[in-house]
Design a protein around this ligand. Sequence first.
Ligand SMILES: [Zn+2]
Length: 508
Amino acid sequence: MSQRPKSAFFAHHPCVCDACAPLSRRQFLSTGAATAVAVPVIAAGMVGPVLAQPGASQAPTAGRALLIKNGCVLTLDRSVGDFDQADVLVEGTTISAVRPHIDAPAADVIDASDMIVMPGLVDTHRHMWQGILRNVLPDGSLDDYRQVVQRRFGAIYTPDDVYAGDLLSALGAIDTGVTCILDWSHIHNTPDHTDAAVKALVESGVRAVFAYGNPQNETGRYWELQGHKYPEDILRLRRQYFSTDDQLTTLFMAAPSAAPEFILGAFKAAREAEARITIHVGVGEFGRNALLEKLNAQGMLKADTTYIHCCTLNDTEWKLIRDTGGTISIASYVETLMGHGNPPIQKAIDTGIRPSLSVDVETSVPNDFFQQMRTVLSLQKNEVWARRLAGDKNPPKFLTAREVLEFATIEGARANGLDRKIGTLTPGKQADIIMLRTDRLNVMPMNNAVGAVVTSMGPHNVDTVLIAGKVMKRNGQLVGVDLARIKRVGEEARARLYTNAKLPSSRV
Ligand SMILES: [Zn+2]
């Protein structure tokens, strides 16, 4: 991508989040007092969510280093390998070394001797504006979701509702070890809705990929809505918020589920804005329309696109994705719940495509990314076992836990266009790191690190989270986040939304 001028937004946009007041070292140490013997000594400026500021947030800060000491380190970089016990040195925003016995006397230290140290998890598709609608549809199908979430609630969402949903979803992601997340944001009823989503993502401190999508209205025919600027407003977004990729928040186009002419318009606007693209395809019966063959006939399929779900694509479409270098995102848990079709894990592997993973909708699915890993592993194995039982003499190989861990990290980074920056603990990459407690009753004594993460762990094992070298979670608590304020923002948005929807506020 050509070099664009620096964005003024991040330098001048004041953060209103209470979380953004940096803690002093004394304040931080007092919050971490429960495990003070573990030497949780971290420079104040490295703590807590802050605005992503090009240059400022990306440049290593001289003299400020963080040494993660004596952890069981899964780098997921095959050329670096894993370590039963090693240290990770973070300087500024960057991983500068991974090996045993690093000597860095000037560094602040985190004792990771009861932890697995690994790359942060990467989600490649979540509709984060729905963060205030968590669990609203535990029994809903895809049709129910469209009617209730998109057309009923989405049509009346205010910009403040978008802000609240995105903020809750982003902080929830960090809390569960997801350090990078693609916000598949199709709530842009006005440009004010868009600004609210970007504001929340930036305030949260998560490494966010903002995928700019269509508005919502009561009919589902968004193009009839007055006041929206989709998709052409992406050019303003590029100018106003995303003039550089050298920041925590980057830009995608979320292409609509609509007739091909609308999809073509979104693809063209994306490429004009030099933004990568994400699109739902192969979803249920509607997904059997050979859409990718039609887009290919227009020369639209390129390596800059991530295809979500892909459950009911035909064989030609699968080959088109592979041959054009596209990436895919499987949201296996929601696909099993809501009628998208069989999660195409084996199909992707057979085609030679390594999938990334995604939560999709918190309206029906937990924000727990460990669940995504386990679902993929069990579904693929179940398929292989079923074929064996049916007499298949040449069944596929079983997926391994390590492969699933790669789907949840480096393959996610690839689909989000960030594999050169994140996804493995490779010296020179950005320090997006999670530390998972092994001294918990669900995993002790630890016998197999990859096995512990993929088959047994959950969000409660996430002790520490770093994003671009900043400590976002420590000792199991988000750092610098005023949870009372976040709860208030969520409750107020929910009350407003239910009132506007003329729905009773009862929760039972
Ligand atoms: Zn989706």
